[in-house]
Design a protein. Structure first.
Length: 556
């Protein structure tokens, strides 16, 4: 097993953690080297970076440490954050080095760490405090939520408090700024926008919705696929806030009658890349912010939630020199994430990969990515014809939505190209009907298709309190924060997959015009996992519960 060494004192000990991650096959050597280089140049802890870019979870890192160190585990959910005082170690130190003081007496300090190999950090703490140090392991994700909870009040002023503070002065501020030389940071509305983005990042929101109602604007966060109301804002203040967002996104501040799309990056939140969409309603203008982590890395296929047999089916299909791979599911089911993971597995110097997307959601080094631009006539079919003259090996089509695109994709897949695409269909077999509706011949589709994947995203049970959820109990009230930043006992999401590999037997069933439900029943008798059966298997494994499966997938 390759080992890695750091060059600086701050990071030399993290090499040990990296080597343990390599031993447990949780990370690849090249990816670890890149992570170490980034952490070194940005003064970040390795555990923090790996979790922030969604390459590893806090639980994976914690389990790795448990495997290699005889140290106790400390659950930060047992600490009363309202009574916690950062007397021994400054919060800035704790956040920088990913440590937390848990208990101390006159001679000994119990120190929570995410990386037990951080000997230089431990030495610094021992030197400055003059105490013996006893280590306990803490979860990286729980530690980040803990830091958010213990921030001083002046640093974590709630949106509600901030709205109340800004309301009396916001009406007088805008015209003053036009006549006086006032720094932008003195603008209360800017502070409100910054707080909105901070809360979105803290609560892991994928989207922030600012929606007009008769008497106010409602702000909601989408977290793990669910919308939660965060705050209500008066119309006058909300309009100023939306103008600030438009300004950052280079949109026309005066245009309120037409939809607009843009991107922005707040100076206060350099880690966030934010996509902005505005749309007029009968009451006012609605704005949706989609939050992306700037340095988020593409998931690997092994991280999506595929069962081992399903993973092997995907790996076999993408190794074929040509064919069509279709990923289906409703909006927000993670189809693009799956396609990106496939591209990550295919990416190498000798393969020419080109994607057509609307829009490009994440930059993948080594892949040619093209944005659809309907306003200038740059449609999927137009771009697809052009890139077929660019000697591609692999083509990814963000969405097969019309007959022309479908026909060109099928032709490309049957003439030596591996073509990936998404399609809106409820399950794998329905995708074949959808292709027929787009004008394709069923037999041609079945002979060209290498793989059909249907998927959904379900919330994952929190490792600390998810087991306390009572099945079929939907009476609880949503809470923005529980033990580790989870919501309703869930933290994060995992994929549920249904996979069909077309073969001669399946072709014969379709030629006989057998109803889809009979074909599905026939496949299940041979051990095939439908979406519902795959979801219930995750319930048995303790990853989610049956209430969540019924909410997302329905009844089998």
């Amino acid at each position: 097993m390759d080992s890695i060494n750091y060059q600086t004192d701050d990071h030399d000990t993290q090499s040990s953690l990296g080597n343990f991650l390599l031993q447990d096959q949780l990370i690849e050597v090249n990816r670890l080297k890149a992570a170490i280089a980034y952490c070194d140049s940005h003064s970040l802890a390795l555990t923090y970076y790996l979790v922030q870019v969604n390459y590893l979870t806090g639980e994976q890192i914690l389990n790795c440490c448990i495997n290699h160190f005889d140290l106790p585990i400390f659950y930060l959910s047992t600490i009363d954050t309202t009574a916690f005082e950062a007397e021994l170690i400054p919060i800035a130190w704790m956040k920088r080095f990913r440590i937390v003081p848990l208990h101390y007496d006159r001679a000994t300090l119990q120190l929570g760490v995410t990386d037990p190999t951080c000997l230089s950090v431990i030495s610094k703490v021992r030197f400055h405090l003059g105490l013996d140090i006893k280590l306990s392991l803490v979860d990286e994700e729980a530690l980040e939520a803990f830091f958010a909870a213990i921030l001083p009040a002046e640093e974590r002023e709630s949106l509600e408090q901030l709205v109340q503070h800004v309301m009396p002065v916001a009406a007088h501020t805008t015209h003053i700024l036009h006549h006086r030389n006032i720094e932008p940071d003195d603008e209360p509305v800017i502070k409100l926008v910054n707080q909105l983005l901070s809360d979105g990042e803290r609560y892991r929101a994928s989207d922030i919705h600012c929606e007009p109602h008769l008497n106010h604007y409602r702000v909601r966060f989408r977290i793990d696929g669910q919308l939660y109301e965060r705050v209500t804002i008066p119309h006058d203040l909300a309009r100023r806030m939306l103008s600030r967002i438009k300004l950052l996104a280079n949109l026309d501040v005066t245009e309120k009658r037409l939809p607009q799309d843009g991107r922005m990056r707040s100076l206060e939140h350099s880690q966030l890349d934010i996509r902005v969409s505005t749309c007029p309603t009968v009451i006012g203008e609605k704005v949706v912010l989609r939050l992306f982590k700037q340095h988020q890395e593409v998931c690997h296929l092994q991280q999506l939630g595929l069962f081992e047999e399903q993973l092997q089916q995907v790996l076999e299909a993408i190794q074929k020199p040509h064919g069509l791979i279709i990923v289906t599911g409703p909006t927000g089911s993670g189809k693009t994430i799956t396609l990106y993971a496939i591209l990550q597995a295919l990416k190498q110097a000798k393969v020419n990969i080109t994607t057509i997307e609307e829009p490009v959601e994440m930059i993948i080094p080594g892949v040619n990515q093209i944005n659809v631009n309907s306003r200038i006539g740059l449609h999927f079919a137009h771009i697809l014809r052009a890139i077929l003259r660019q000697d591609p090996d692999v083509i990814m089509i963000g969405e097969i939505r019309d007959a022309e695109t479908a026909a060109i994709a099928l032709q490309a897949a049957s003439t030596g190209h591996l073509v990936l695409g998404t399609l809106h269909a409820n399950h794998t077999l329905a995708a074949l009907n959808r292709l027929q509706l787009l004008g394709l011949q069923l037999v041609d589709c079945l002979q060209t298709l290498a793989l059909i994947v249907a998927q959904r995203l379900v919330r994952r049970l929190c490792a600390h309190c998810g087991h306390d959820l009572t099945k079929n109990d939907c009476s609880y009230q949503p809470q923005m924060k529980q033990c580790t930043g989870c919501i309703d006992g869930f933290y994060g999401r995992t994929g549920v997959f249904e996979i069909v590999v077309p073969n001669e037997h399946l072709i014969s069933l379709f030629i006989k015009q057998m109803p889809l439900y009979e074909i599905a029943a026939h496949l299940q008798r041979k051990g095939w996992l439908s979406l519902h059966s795959a979801g219930m298997k995750k319930v048995v494994l303790g990853e989610t519960n049956d209430v969540e499966i019924k909410r997302v997938i329905g009844y089998g």
